[in-house]
Design a protein around this ligand. Structure first.
Ligand SMILES: [Zn+2]
Length: 440
């Protein structure tokens, strides 16, 4: 099953790879149309010029063609060979210029002479081309015809939203950016993971509502927050997904709060997983968690990734390609996210119905009679932890953390104790509180 999922996730990345995405334009629409084949998706269009907090939705950028031709008529740089060749948001130009003038607008990576860099100029009008350093060095003196057939005009910013209602109005928010052109890890791995998680969650019952957002980086999250400011209190847990297909170990970046339930659930999950992992504190740089965790919102939104951006040489280059993303890395990230959702869904609070001294567990057949002595002791200890801390103030995750026992074992014990009437449920995930019922 994980192998199949990994392959399917990689296939979606391959399907989306050729599309020229940017923060606005038809590439985003085309991407969302493909996503909508797999999950229910509402597409929103926000007009250029719309004020969103301190920002303004930019003009829409689309490209028909872009190339540089030498005096012999050969295309030495061609957007149709790789959409990374064009500085994204390049303004239109049709001009013949000298090599020296052209070089002012060329970008390459001397340390990796075969790779094409990815560069953008969203908020400053400019034009340019990116190419391998080897190709740059082969350009001979002479005149070059530069053609960028792009449009930068009033249009829209496009984003997609997949909302899966649960029993509760309270939400788990999953966010991924959709603004990078042909790169596998940065951008497409997050998209593919979010699509597969959403697809899975459409088939399982869940208490929380789940909202999957597919927006351009920075301006997309700012736009979404500006348009949904009134309902942000519904967000109980959030995760930005990015860069999950490389071979590095997983990294979780805590929310600004540092001790939000999602921070604790992910820390707990990774502690008991067999995965090498790193947990890092929030810092105000990185991906869209910056906007969700800005002080005016301070939402419980962390960031889940593998090697952090900028810490792998392939980042923002043509080497972040389909070979760089591994089906097994994608499948592992998918499994971890589903386990995380499971903890969030099952993290309930119970009340011990027999709080004065310990109840007699043996009499109720709560030990497996065939269990070995060691197993019996550990099962007993887990039940005693659950009974002792189920005072209406501790969730199952609180108990798992304090007892240093994996969450699913604590949860299994709680269910067994419930069946024997030794526990009552106080709250469900999603905050469906039953406190009044129990007079707490
Ligand atoms: Zn990026």
């Amino acid at each position: 099953m994980p192998e199949k999922t990994g392959k399917e996730m990689h296939q979606l990345i391959a399907d989306l790879f050729p599309i020229c995405r940017s923060i606005t334009g038809n590439g985003v629409r085309q991407t969302l149309r493909r996503i909508a084949q797999d999950i229910p998706l509402q597409v929103h269009e926000v007009p250029s010029g719309t004020k969103v907090f301190d920002w303004t939705v930019p003009r829409e950028w689309n490209v028909q063609d872009a190339y540089v031709r030498n005096s012999a008529g050969e295309k030495v740089i061609d957007f149709h060979r790789s959409n990374l060749h064009l500085l994204h948001y390049s303004t239109p130009i049709r001009q013949t210029i000298s090599l020296n003038e052209l070089k002012q607008h060329l970008f390459s990576i001397p340390e990796h002479p075969e790779w094409i860099p990815y560069r953008t100029s969203y908020y400053k009008e400019n034009w340019g081309f990116c190419l391998s350093h080897n190709d740059l060095q082969q350009l001979e003196d002479g005149e070059y015809e530069v053609v960028i057939d792009s449009t930068l005009t009033d249009g829209h910013l496009t984003y997609g939203e997949c909302f899966l209602p649960g029993e509760s109005m309270e939400e788990v928010l999953i966010y991924t950016h959709v603004c990078h052109p042909s790169m596998g890890n940065d951008n497409l791995s997050g998209i593919s993971l979010a699509v597969h998680l959403a697809e899975t969650m459409t088939h399982v019952s869940h208490t929380y509502s789940y909202r999957f957002l597919f927006c351009p980086g920075t301006i997309g999250s700012i736009t979404w927050l500006a348009r949904n400011e009134e309902s942000l209190t519904k967000i109980k847990h959030g995760l930005v997904l990015t860069g999950l297909g490389d071979s590095g170990s997983v990294t979780y970046k805590r929310s600004r709060r540092g001790n939000a339930e999602i921070d604790r659930a992910m820390t707990h999950l990774l502690k008991y997983s067999s995965q090498r992992h790193t947990i890092i504190d929030f810092f105000p740089y990185g991906y869209d968690e910056r906007q969700f965790c800005s002080p005016g919102f301070n939402l419980p939104v962390g960031c889940f990734m593998r090697t952090p951006h900028g810490q792998y040489p392939e980042y923002h280059t043509s080497a972040d390609n389909l070979d760089f993303v591994k089906p097994e890395s994608l499948a592992q990230a998918y499994e971890l996210c589903l386990s995380l959702f499971d903890i969030l869904e099952q993290n309930r609070m119970y009340l011990n119905t027999n709080p004065k001294c310990e109840p007699q567990l043996g009499r109720r057949g709560l030990y497996r009679t065939v269990a070995g002595q060691q197993e019996k002791q550990s099962r007993e200890l887990i039940m005693l932890w659950v009974l002792n801390l189920s005072d209406g103030c501790h969730t199952l995750l609180d108990i798992a953390e304090r007892a240093s026992i994996p969450f699913h074992e604590i949860q299994a014990a709680a269910l067994a104790l419930m069946e024997h009437g030794l526990l009552k449920e106080v709250t469900k995930a999603g905050g469906t509180s039953r406190e009044k019922e129990y007079g707490l």
